[in-house]
Design a protein around this ligand. Structure first.
Ligand SMILES: Nc1ncnc2c1ncn2[C@@H]1O[C@H](COP(=O)(O)OP(=O)(O)O)[C@@H](O)[C@H]1O
Ligand SMILES: O=C(CO)[C@@H](O)[C@H](O)COP(=O)(O)O
Length: 491
């Protein structure tokens, strides 16, 4: 028997995940291929898009091979990591490696952006951070004019991939709203800002709805991917926006996704932001609507770094999360390897282990690392405003490739003191991309009912003392969203 399927491809920071979804929302096949970022200098984060392509071919092949019956793919949708820049020529060939969201090279340029008039900054609805396309483009204009002169398009990761599929350049509002080049209230490129900053408007691609058809799959690429040529390809969406589609996050609910970074999101109908926002505001992948995001730069990315440096396997890392006893015996890990966004909003911050004494050992460092990432997530969670002014809800939805281990889930629930409701999808974003493929192919959008995992309730283990010590290290003095300085009660 042959089944019909929609293919979703998630181009994440750590690699590519694929899913084949049936018309009734069932997962027929899955695949994944690693494609880690490169850091040619401290503070830089790049990727070679040809590695993305190889990982995509592998992950699509795996998904097809994993189906129990042969699949006929009726449409393709893509989503990807947000904010970065792929500068390409007119054919979509990169003129230099892609710059990714954890990149901090545009820190100086971001400061210049921060000095723009309040009116202009308000149109963006977002904190100014150096890993977003706008400041990265300013850096490229100043430091690599030769690459800018050769460039025809500035693309997000998934837009680059889709251009390989269809041959034409474009983007969608959910990714465009994460560039700092987008007028969030008017839902279009921020032309006045581009003029003021003297940035090349012609580099920005046309924008179309996430679920519309961008074109069809070209024959040569179809042959490499093992897919039929000529099938519709959706414009696609930013990874978090795609994940919201798959999990069906409702107004008033909060979702925590842990991958390379971690994101806490909630939907909002109000696209206004305070002058110095500590959280992001982005467009959803739907025809209307926004969501707010508290963004943690260093989640799985920091754990992966610690793992590499200490030569540990993932199981050892997660075993450390499951250990009983005192909080890392006084060792604290600050995971700010790529600066930090919510709630610090400071790209110049760096990571570190502190509190080390003779008698501490490798296990103390691993334990401190998982705890430090959980502390960073709690720190960000406390900054996420509405649609629920006030404290976080009692239950938070949990998703992402970083939650696969139950010991880490338990630690995060204990540190945050909330119940976590896991969604058992290997890649919620890839499922969202497959849903967009259905709409681009003119097919009914599958109703996905993601399997609910076992709820993770706080066990009663108290991490408050460790969290407060962490806070003292990272937050001697803060300003709230309205610019009022205050110290913390525990000082
Ligand atoms: N083999 C593994 N076992 C357990 N956890 C892993 C493994 N590989 C990766 N991870 C965790 O999953 C994260 C990647 O999750 P994913 O959602 O795929 O991220 P991204 O979208 O950033 O590529 C890693 O940073 C790490 O925390
Ligand atoms: O930085 C953000 C959002 O602001 C992330 O949504 C990135 O898009 C990275 O996602 P992952 O690769 O960690 O899933």
């Amino acid at each position: 028997m042959t089944s019909e399927a929609l293919l979703g491809i998630d181009l994440g920071t750590s690699g590519v995940k694929t899913v084949l979804l049936s018309a009734s929302g069932e997962i027929l096949g899955e695949g994944s291929a690693d494609c880690p970022l490169r850091s040619p200098r401290p503070g830089w984060a790049e990727a070679d898009p040809s590695d993305w392509w190889r990982a995509t071919v592998l992950a699509v092949g795996q998904a097809l091979a994993s189906c129990s019956d042969p699949c006929t793919v009726r449409g393709v949708g893509v989503d990807g990591q947000m904010h970065g820049v792929v500068l390409t020529d007119r054919d979509g060939d990169p003129v230099r490696p892609a710059l990714l969201w954890p990149d901090q090279r545009a820190t100086e340029q971001a400061q210049v952006w921060g000095e723009l008039s309040t009116a202009l900054r308000n149109t963006l609805g977002n904190p100014i951070v150096p890993g977003m396309a706008g400041p990265l483009l300013t850096w490229l204009t100043e430091h690599e004019p030769e690459h800018c002169a050769r460039a025809r398009h500035l693309l997000s990761a998934k837009d680059w991939l889709r251009m390989q599929f269809t041959g034409s350049a474009g983007t969608d509002p959910s990714d465009a709203s994460g560039t700092l080049l987008w007028d969030i209230g008017s839902d279009r490129w921020a032309d006045r800002l581009l003029d003021v900053l003297n940035l090349d408007r012609d580099l920005l691609p046309p924008v179309a709805p996430s679920g519309s058809a961008a074109g069809t799959l070209r024959a040569a690429q179809a042959a490499q991917l093992g897919l039929p040529a000529g099938i519709p390809v959706a414009v696609g969406a930013a990874d978090t926006a795609a994940a919201l589609l798959a999990t069906g996050l409702a107004h008033g609910e909060v979702q925590l996704t842990i991958g390379s970074g971690a994101q806490l999101v909630s939907r909002t109908d109000d696209p206004t932001t305070p002058p110095q926002p500590l959280v992001h505001l982005y467009r959803t992948a739907e025809p209307q609507g926004w969501y707010r995001m508290a963004a943690v730069q260093n989640a799985g990315l920091a754990l992966d770094w610690v793992r590499g440096v200490l030569g540990a396997g993932w199981d050892e890392v997660y075993a450390a999360a499951g250990e009983d006893g005192a909080d890392s015996d006084g060792v604290i890990f600050v995971p700010y390897l790529t600066g930090e966004r919510t709630p610090r909003m400071d790209p110049t911050l760096a990571g570190g282990f502190t509190g080390l004494r003779i008698g501490h050992h490798r296990g103390s460092l691993l334990r401190a690392a998982v705890e430090g990432v959980a502390f960073a997530i709690r720190d960000a969670a406390e900054a996420l405003p509405g649609p629920l002014p006030g404290p976080l809800p009692d239950v938070i939805r949990l998703a992402g490739g970083g939650i696969r281990d139950r010991r880490f889930r338990a630690l995060v629930a204990d540190v945050m003191q909330v119940e976590l409701a896991p969604v058992e999808l290997r890649s919620a974003s890839a499922v969202g991309a497959a849903m967009l493929a259905a709409s681009a192919a003119g097919l009914p959008v599958p109703q996905v009912q993601p399997a609910a995992g076992i709820p993770v309730r706080p066990s009663g283990r108290d991490h408050t003392e460790g969290f407060l010590r962490y806070r003292e290290l990272v937050e001697p003095y803060v300003e709230d969203e309205f610019g009022h300085g205050h110290g913390h009660g525990h000082h």
